[in-house]
Design a protein around this ligand. Structure first.
Ligand code: HCB
Length: 213
């Protein structure tokens, strides 16, 4: 079942077992189960537990790296499958998204970008460790409908404020909607800094970006 597959996917990420993660992803495809739920409820749940154990000091950075590589291997297998679900003909608008300055966590941002593409948005991936000025440049040059930032650390989350401020200083804040996300980011934070959209996960990002158009 879907639940059993998700449990297996979670366990495989927590075992840092690339091969097992890939097997679970392949099983998902051959059994016709839901790849999005496998990523969100399976692999991501495993990564979150790895993060908790890292914080508690029972796991170390090499473990986090190994788990994230295993997860990425699984997502890579599922991506073509996700793309098949794509609403190709629809042009929903343009979204530029990047992981914020000082932050190299890309897994969540990549999943959000993929899901937005699948939903029919034209997505510009700004990459990781994106200087705040580059968000402003992206708004000026590419004129996206939405500009998204991802922050995985409390120390980099604060820079999302700078995106708001520098867009205002450049006189382009009203031309674009801003979206924020990443594990430490909350609706309260988004409201506090004046971001237009907070997305808890990739599905939420798709729903809210569609609604914002
Ligand atoms: Co990293 N790390 N890490 N890490 N890491 C975290 C984030 C900690 C919370 C772990 C902990 O201590 N509990 C912690 C941050 C603590 C803090 O807040 N201050 C931490 C730390 C400290 C660090 C280093 C500093 C460790 C070190 O070097 N000593 C270092 C950072 C270096 C830097 O950025 N300058 C570091 C490095 C790494 C890697 C490289 C080993 C690896 C990243 C690999 C990669 O991304 N290519 C890594 C990982 C994997 C994690 C954890 C374990 C998982 C993150 C992840 O991929 N989750 C994370 C623990 C955690 O988050 N609980 C830990 C899975 C994805 C799918 O979830 O939340 O990223 P997500 O994305 C969701 C959601 O948030 C939303 O949709 C996504 C999909 O559903 N979303 C958005 C995300 N972005 C969005 C943007 C939008 O606009 C909208 C929605």
């Amino acid at each position: 079942t879907q639940e059993e597959l998700q449990e297996k996917g979670k366990a495989a990420v927590m075992d840092f077992d690339d091969e097992a993660v890939v097997e679970v992803a392949e099983e998902c495809i051959s059994a016709g189960l839901d790849p999005v739920a496998l990523i969100q409820e399976g692999f991501t749940a495993g990564m979150n537990e790895i993060g908790d154990q890292f914080e508690q000091g029972t796991l170390f950075l090499p473990h986090v790296i190994a788990a994230s590589e295993a997860m990425s291997a699984g997502v890579e297998v599922l991506t073509p499958e996700l793309e098949k679900l794509s609403a190709k003909s629809e042009d929903k608008g343009t979204i530029a998204i990047g992981t914020i300055e000082g932050d190299i966590h890309t897994i969540g941002k990549d999943i959000v970008a993929t899901m937005l593409k699948i939903a029919g948005f034209n997505v510009i991936d700004l990459g990781r460790d994106v200087p705040i000025a580059d968000y402003v440049t992206a708004v000026k040059e590419n004129k996206p409908d939405i500009i998204g930032s991802s922050a995985l650390m409390t120390t980099t989350m604060v820079l999302q404020t700078q995106v708001e401020e520098q867009l205002k200083e450049a006189g382009v804040r009203d031309s674009v909607k801003t979206m924020v996300g990443g594990a430490p980011v909350t609706q309260d934070w988004a409201t506090k800094i004046g971001a237009d959209i907070y997305a808890e996960n990739a599905t939420d990002a798709v729903v809210k970006c569609k609604a914002a158009m």
